[in-house]
Design a protein around this ligand. Structure first.
Ligand code: SF4
Length: 265
């Protein structure tokens, strides 16, 4: 089913924000009591409407580690690994530097790919020893991004998440959710590259870390709960703009088409 109404990236942001409100990313362990009212489940540590985080280098460090733990897994799993580190009082450069690789891998086990992630965290720790957070803060966005990309195990999404969420510098974080939503709506071709999508946002949305922060988080929110792999198009507030509304078959119709398929075999 095709629709003619087109939506701009600006309007898409407005509609997502109107529906979900501020997402308050990046969640931090010491903000446990603040639960994002728009999130389901037991997600904690968000700070909706408050863009003054991270407030110190410890929180910046925690976000950097969190971006590695969040690779190829849900935040729920990354958060479990982060909590394991927090319970052992290990979210600290000094303490992690003293930790043996196998021990680190076991502690972050819930995040999946824990052996590789332990190595990636150690690579990051080596990088931070030569490039302290205080000096990284002063770098221009592209220089900071390139330095991060030079670390083994840090790809564009992780580098951009660090630039945006740890250092509050305006860069758009693209990911599989962004690609899914934008291609379904009809704003990009399905096979668009990471850079193409990021450039699209940079060319249409003014460089502002608060907006980029919220925009990425809002897309994740929408794609987790509505525009999921089995999208709930009938309840989607974007369906009048979407080029790829996927009709949900009623159980009766699905049963009927199944039996028709059987008879045709
Ligand atoms: S849930 Fe459906 S209508 Fe909404 S954006 Fe996704 S594909 Fe389009």
């Amino acid at each position: 089913m095709k629709n003619s109404a087109k939506i701009s990236l600006h309007s898409l942001y407005d509609k997502l924000y109107k529906n979900y409100g501020s997402q308050g990313w990046w969640p931090l362990v010491d903000l446990k009591p603040e639960i994002n009212p728009t999130q389901r489940g037991s997600y904690t540590g968000y700070h909706p409407g408050n863009n003054n985080y991270p407030k110190n280098e410890d929180q910046i460090f925690e976000i950097i580690i969190g971006t590695i733990l969040a690779q190829n897994t849900s935040w729920v799993n990354a958060e479990k690994a982060l909590w394991n580190l927090a319970q052992e009082n290990l979210i600290s450069e000094n303490k992690l530097n003293k930790l043996d690789l196998d021990e680190l891998a076991q502690i972050i086990r819930p995040s999946g790919f824990f052996n590789q992630k332990a190595i990636k965290i150690q690579n990051m720790l080596q990088f931070l020893q030569k490039n302290p957070i205080s000096s990284l803060k002063k770098l221009e966005i592209n220089v900071l991004r390139q330095n991060l990309l030079d670390i083994k195990g840090v790809g564009p999404e992780t580098a951009d998440s660090i630039v945006l969420y740890a250092f509050n510098k305006p860069i758009f974080v693209n990911d599989a959710y962004t690609k899914r939503l934008l291609s379904r709506i009809g704003l990009i071709p399905e096979k668009s590259t990471y850079d193409f999508i990021q450039n699209l946002f940079h060319s249409q949305i003014n460089a502002n870390f608060v907006v980029y922060n919220e925009y990425h988080a809002l897309i994740v929110q929408h794609c987790v709960y509505v525009c999921s792999s089995k999208p709930k198009c009938s309840m989607c507030f974007l369906n009048q703009y979407c080029q790829k509304i996927i009709p949900i078959k009623s159980k009766k119709k699905a049963k009927k088409s199944k039996s028709i398929n059987k008879t045709n075999k």
